[in-house]
Write a protein that binds this ligand. Structure first.
Ligand code: NAD
Ligand code: DAU
Length: 332
């Protein structure tokens, strides 16, 4: 493998993955990104121009995708509409990008026989009760709840069908909630950090007991590279770092970092269809491919993430205002 096409490489996880590829391998990288509201060119600043280039375009643009896929040895497909709340307001771009975009890439991978890795989410499995002893595994049946997770589930099924019917050399990974630098302020952890930097109160949906299984974005990147290099074609791998926390506990840790009282937050309108709990069993990835997460300590990762948002206010300030207007319209 000499070069990789990374779709959505100017977004949160994609840009962290591109940096990981450039620093830990000698692969050349082309980013294909539409530069939606969720993207930022700055996230790719400082990468060597002779190893990393950005093509601004849409994953559903078949001629462009055909050209790019045909000149690369592998595709890692991150591009998506990624925010559940947005999908409840308007599912249209989710269907277009997550389903039509994935279909367009798969057709090009089929024509050119190019290795394909599809990035997906644990949300395709629906949710678990708080006291359920089970965690999600590769055998858990699909049961998505939101328009976002339904389109991601559909995209996974397209990939599986293109493997079986057309012999496309693809793998899939389903990861839990990521945190770290460059995450858009619409998402839970950056939203609460930036509320606190502004001297405002964190905003917790419903009773705040919903559980997410947090993983540092760099651990997601190392897992994806492991699967790209050593994963078995046609296989799915779940990625997680045993990081279950409920939303109130995460907010309590953030309040403590900022020296604020533990009850200094607001309960706001709950998300429609809000999934209760996600939990990943990543044994297959660990035992079959030897991957291990490196960021075991959530408290340290969270404190580092707070520092990053303090140091990079210029990056998030404009999106913060637009994001909070959107949330205010829906009582959140
Ligand atoms: P993000 O919203 O931060 O970034 C998405 C990127 O895709 C943006 O740069 C955007 O411009 C680009 N994009 C959107 N539509 C496009 C199109 N039509 N053509 C080309 N580019 C387009 O998302 P993220 O949080 O970095 O998530 C990346 C991927 O990882 C998604 O597939 C998501 O489903 C998956 N995922 C995310 C998480 C998480 O916790 N954020 C967890 C598991 C899986
Ligand atoms: O599980 C993986 C998924 O994680 C990814 O597939 C998605 O792309 C990603 O956005 C994320 O989905 P969530 O819906 O879990 O993430 P979000 O950051 O939107 O919310 C996390 C939890 O926090 C969820 O229970 C909703 C809650 N929440 C969110 C916001 C924005 C709040 O309580 N207050 C908030 O202001």
């Amino acid at each position: 493998m000499r070069n990789v096409l990374v779709t959505g490489g100017a977004g949160f996880i994609g840009s962290n993955f591109v940096r990981h590829l450039v620093t830990t391998t000698d692969l050349d990288v082309t980013v294909l990104d539409k530069l939606t509201y969720a993207a930022s060119r700055e996230s790719l600043d400082g990468l060597p121009a002779d190893r990393c280039r950005l093509v601004v375009g849409d994953v559903a643009d078949a001629p462009l995708v055909d050209d790019l896929v045909g000149t690369h040895d592998a595709v890692v497909h991150f591009a998506a509409e990624s925010h559940n709340d947005n999908s409840l307001n308007d599912p249209t771009p989710f269907v277009q990008t997550n389903l039509v975009g994935t279909f367009t890439l798969l057709e090009a991978a089929r024509r050119h026989d190019v290795r394909f890795h599809h990035i997906s989410t644990d949300e395709v499995y629906g949710d678990l009760d708080l006291d359920d002893p089970q965690r999600f595994t590769e055998a858990t049946p699909y049961n998505p709840s939101s328009p976002y997770s339904a389109t991601k589930a559909g995209s996974d099924l397209l990939v599986a069908a293109w493997v079986r019917s057309f012999g496309v050399r693809a793998t899939i990974s389903n990861c839990s909630n990521n945190y770290g630098p460059w995450q858009h302020v619409e998402k839970f952890i950056p939203r609460q950090i930036t509320q606190l930097i502004d001297g405002l109160r964190p905003r917790v949906y419903g009773d705040g007991l919903n559980v997410r299984d947090w993983i540092h974005v760099d651990d997601h990147s190392s897992a994806v590279l492991t699967i790209l290099e050593r994963g078995a074609i046609g296989e799915t791998y779940l990625i997680g770092a045993d990081g279950e926390q409920n939303n109130r506990d995460v907010v309590a840790q953030l309040l403590a970092i900022f020296g604020r009282d533990a009850d200094d937050f607001e309960h706001v309108t709950d998300r429609a269809g809000h999934d209760r709990r996600y939990a990943i069993d990543s044994s297959k990835l660990r035992t079959e491919l030897g991957w291990q997460p490196q960021f075991g300590d959530f408290a340290t990762g969270l404190a580092d993430t707070v520092e990053w948002y303090r140091a990079n206010e210029g990056w998030w300030r404009t999106s913060k205002a637009a994001t909070e207007s959107m949330y205010a319209r829906q009582g959140q």
